[in-house]
Design a protein around this ligand. Structure first.
Ligand code: GLU
Length: 435
């Protein structure tokens, strides 16, 4: 049975375990369990047929003890308040794990954007940013892309904000197009950061990346890019999938070819199947099989990379996972119950708050460039990203070793201690003002 908990319950379950390990005070626990601000607006925008559509939208500003709120905006039917709250809390942890000077936030619009035309999407994005314009800003809250949002959407949002506020604000939002204040390397940053961690891990744990067998769920930006990095490093990509299902090959798949066919046909299976009808001869010739998303998670492989949805590894399937290492490129793919089972099985889980933190790290570089007017080279972005990812992995590994913890437990310890430290020195915990 899938976890009966909400996304927020699941995030809180990881946090509460951390509070217990660190013996936090009641005040500290309350501050870290409660979003500081919840913005909720039912926003209206015009459809191409002239009618108005109204949709619920959110921005949850979870904690800003360490700096301005930071986090993406997702467009998804399931982006309800519970999910946005959970993701905002995870962002506060993530920015603290990589020690960049931000807090945590998340935005969400409860809509299926695939049903909208480009002009409808633009009107929706402008309406959303207008609804929160007074509560965000380069020093207050810095949004970014997330599920189903992209650089074009960030550009519309910055443009709308600048027009409304009569300001120049290249540091308002990150993940922008290169021609309008974006940073080199932002598009591949999530995958690149995860790849750096796997390279480090491979120095400690078998297998060598060169011989590793990898299965990847989700072939969007993060999933496809990490497939390329791993393929270039000599790993064998044995399985990939997207929302329409997946393919498996024991001899290995070519991610460049998959990307090409996905672009042409709309799915990773598209080169073999039209709907549910597949070309069995071609599949056999390529030693490839069609698999479901559930099968993908149970693939016999060394490294499993969930890079799509949350809550896909649960109490139901965790015991049957065969991978030795799980790299969480998606946010929240492993439920708390599954986490316990994986720990018992000895599966190494690199948690989302570390594994996919490359994205927000390069967002930080973009924000710095926006504030200074400077433009970094691709080499500088890559070098700095590597430095931060390796330092963060070192911090987490040292904490794990010191206290005999999993990487998730250690990452949460490191992050919560950093946030609590900031709250203490700011006088939020014992000060006369509180917060
Ligand atoms: N949406 C990404 C994440 O979940 C990036 C957030 C950002 O760059 O602010 O980490």
């Amino acid at each position: 049975m899938p976890s009966p908990l909400t996304s927020f319950d699941r995030a809180m379950s990881f946090l509460r375990a951390t509070f217990d390990r660190l013996k936090l005070s009641t005040k500290e626990k309350t501050l870290l369990s409660t979003p500081q601000h919840i913005l909720h607006h039912n926003i209206s925008f015009k459809l191409d047929n002239g009618k108005m559509m109204k949709v619920p939208s959110y921005r949850v500003q979870f904690n800003n003890a360490r700096g301005p709120y930071k986090g993406g905006i997702r467009y998804h039917l399931e982006a309800d308040i519970e999910e946005v709250k959970a993701l905002a809390a995870l962002m506060a942890i993530k920015t603290a794990v990589v020690n960049i000077p931000f807090g945590g936030a998340k935005g969400g619009i409860q809509i299926d954007p695939k049903k909208l035309s480009s002009s409808e999407l633009e009107r929706l994005s402008r309406a959303y940013i207008l609804s929160i314009a007074n509560d965000i800003g380069p020093d207050i809250d810095v949004p970014a892309p997330d599920v189903n949002t992209n650089p074009q959407i960030m550009a519309w949002m910055r443009d709308e904000y600048e027009k409304t506020k009569h300001v120049y604000a290249p540091d308002l939002i990150t993940g922008k197009p290169l021609s309008y204040g974006g940073s080199l390397g932002r598009d591949k940053a999530t995958a690149r950061g995860g790849f750096f961690i796997l390279q480090e891990l491979a120095k400690l744990e078998p297998p060598n990346l060169r011989n590793a067998r990898v299965a990847i769920q989700g072939f969007g930006n993060a999933g496809s890019e990490i497939a390329m990095f791993l393929h270039d490093a000599g790993a064998q990509i044995v399985a990939v999938s997207d929302s329409q299902g997946g393919i498996y090959s024991y001899v290995g798949l070519d991610p460049i070819r998959i990307e090409k066919y996905k672009k042409e046909t709309g799915s990773v299976r598209g080169q073999y199947c039209k709907g549910s009808v597949c070309d069995l001869k071609r599949l056999k010739m390529d030693a490839t099989e069609v698999i479901s998303n559930d099968d993908l998670l149970l693939t016999d492989c060394d490294i499993l990379i969930p890079a799509a949805l949350d809550n896909v590894i649960t109490a139901k399937n965790a015991k049957n996972i065969r991978a030795k290492i799980i790299l969480e490129l998606a946010n929240g793919p492993v439920s708390p119950e599954a986490d316990v089972i994986l720990k018992k099985k000895g599966v190494i889980v690199v948690p989302d708050v570390l594994a996919n933190a490359g994205g927000v790290t390069v967002s930080y570089f973009e924000w710095v460039q926006g504030r200074s007017g400077d433009q970094w080279t691709a080499e500088k972005v890559d070098r700095e990203l590597k430095r931060i990812m390796l330092q963060s992995f070192d911090d987490v590994r040292a904490e794990a070793k010191r206290n005999d913890l999993t990487y998730r437990e250690a990452a949460f310890n490191v992050a919560v201690l950093r946030i609590v430290d900031a709250m203490r020195v700011r006088g939020w915990v014992n000060g006369t003002k509180g917060k």
